[in-house]
Design a protein around this ligand. Sequence first.
Ligand code: FEO
Length: 171
Amino acid sequence: MLNPKMEAALNGQINAELYSAYLYMSMATWFDQKQLPGMAHWMRVQTQEEMTHAIKFYTYVNERSGRVTLSAIEGPPTDWKSPLAVFEAVAVHEAKVTGLINGLMDLALKLKDHASASMLRWFVDEQVEEESSAADVVGKMKLTQKDSSGLFMMDNELGARVFTPPVWLTL
Ligand code: FEO
């Protein structure tokens, strides 16, 4: 049985993951409007990843006989000043999510909830990858500043991203 404090915190994280999906979908619409389809595609793949994160928490709460409760998702920003600014916002957002995951892990350890700590370890590792991929794109985008052919090449590169559903994903 899930501790009520852990249940509430995990439900909060489901909301945070759905917000992440919504934020990246908003960024996808921005890139579509700027005629950068590869970057829009990258953001849509990111949206799908965030949905899988929400579902992983959802499934876990159910498995522990907890109750999933969905709450309102905040509206995301809709405009940024440049493609680089969008990816910088991704990096800032992912650092924030890492803080949330670390907070959940702190709570699990405090409650001696070893099952939750074990599940959260996957997210701790995932956040290393999430922050690293955002930093990688920001670094490359900085090299393409004021170079439209570089931006075009980046758009092509990011357009090749493929969404791979995790093996544990069941809908
Ligand atoms: Fe669900 Fe991008 O962290």
